[in-house]
Write a protein that binds this ligand. Structure first.
Ligand SMILES: Nc1ncnc2c1ncn2[C@@H]1O[C@H](COP(=O)(O)OP(=O)(O)OP(=O)(O)O)[C@@H](O)[C@H]1O
Ligand SMILES: [Mg+2]
Length: 354
């Protein structure tokens, strides 16, 4: 079994050969000219080529055509860094090419060494197909769970609004009728009825408020722009803090984007109310360059963003998760006394609503 063209049959080499052959990861060494000198059994399994057919061949045999040009550049740059080893591709995925012509994602690290045989590069890699498939499946489940939570909130909000609030309103009408027909009753009965009316008013208001916080029906009935307007006006009404809104009048986003934008602005405003003590808030929602950007900025207390998350603080984490589900990002800029800016970028398809 060919391990290296310069193999010598001593014990150390035999041990090394045994190690290479039993490794789970593919191990491939190339010389400065990018020709393959070493190719272990795991590499045979992963790439589908027997060692005999790749030893002495150029490494690009194992790399998809579309990466050939950039690969050469990467190798040259790596050679000049003087770094002995590093992960390949950084945060990007690296792809391999099987004998069958199939491309597959790999996790790989590369190292370099000057030897009597010249400058050698060794790549250690594993097939990441399964891991990435599992990751995508998990993301799909998370997106589905998020959609189901929204549906459930919508259902409960509708029931509260249409059933409970309606019944309470009907009860209030009847109570008014009773009061108007209880002319001869004593002052204690009149007082009781007045108390009941006040309580019914409060109950209707509470039911409407709870329903709206769960999921404002305007979001489904009138769309995102109306819902965000409602959110900012409601914020000012409840907390007495002015909230400027900058938003395209005709911004239209389909689900799940509309809900995500709404929820991110909502949680950011709840945080401003809870933590900031701000005197001014700005909300901005713009769609440009294939993404929707939203920004909620307050001039309040600010906070140390590097401090570890408090137990039970789920808001900002949930906000990040929401953006990530849609392949977006969230950045939070804040410092004590400097106010807070929450900014999210979510990619949406240009041309038509997603
Ligand atoms: N706009 C803000 N101004 C000042 N501090 C903030 C602001 N937003 C967040 N924070 C700080 O960041 C912490 C984390 O916020 P996060 O929304 O994750 O949790 P929470 O609001 O405390 O709880 P939860 O959102 O789960 O009800 C807050 O406790 C607060 O100290
Ligand atoms: Mg919060």
């Amino acid at each position: 079994m060919p391990i290296s063209s310069s193999d010598r049959p001593d014990n150390a080499t035999a041990r090394l050969a045994g190690l290479l052959e039993s490794a789970m990861d593919a191990i491939i060494t190339v010389n400065a000219a990018q020709n393959i000198l070493l190719y272990n059994r795991a590499a045979e399994t992963i790439f589908g080529w027997p060692a005999a057919e790749v030893l002495g061949q150029p490494l690009v045999k194992l790399i998809p055509q579309r990466f050939h040009a950039s690969h050469g550049g990467h190798m040259k740059r790596f050679a000049t860094t003087g770094v002995t080893s590093r992960r390949m591709g950084g945060s990007n995925l690296v792809y391999g090419l099987r004998r069958s012509g199939e491309e597959f994602p790999v996790e790989a690290s590369i190292s370099q060494l000057d030897t009597p045989d010249g400058h050698l590069f060794t790549v250690i890699l594993r097939d990441a197909t399964e891991r990435i498939r599992a990751q995508e499946e998990l993301a799909a489940y998370a997106a589905q769970a998020s959609a189901i939570r929204e549906q459930e909130k919508t259902r409960v909000a509708r029931e509260l609004h249409d059933e409970l609030a309606q019944s309470l309103t009907a009860l209030k009408m009847d109570t008014i009728w009773l009061r108007d027909h209880a002319g001869t009753a004593g002052a204690d009965v009149q007082a009781k009825l007045a108390g009941m009316l006040a309580m019914l008013d409060a109950s209707v208001a509470a039911t409407r408020r709870i329903a709206a916080d769960l999921r404002p029906l305007v979001l489904d009935d009138l769309g995102l722009v109306a819902a965000i307007e409602w959110l900012t006006q409601n914020f000012t009404q409840r907390h007495g803090v002015p909230c400027a809104l900058d938003m395209d009048e005709d911004l239209e986003l389909h689900e799940p984007y509309a809900t995500a934008v709404f929820r991110i602005v909502q949680e950011s405003l709840v945080n401003v109310a809870k933590h900031a003590g701000a005197s001014q808030v700005q909300v901005q929602v713009v769609r440009a360059g294939g993404e929707v950007t939203l920004r909620v900025a307050d001039d309040g207390a600010g906070f140390e963003t590097v401090t570890p998350r408090k137990a039970g603080s789920l808001g900002l984490a949930g906000l990040r998760e929401r953006a990530q589900l849609l392949k977006g990002t969230v950045s939070i800029t804040s410092a004590p006394g400097q106010g807070t800016v929450v900014q999210a970028h979510i990619p949406v398809q240009e041309g038509h609503a997603p």
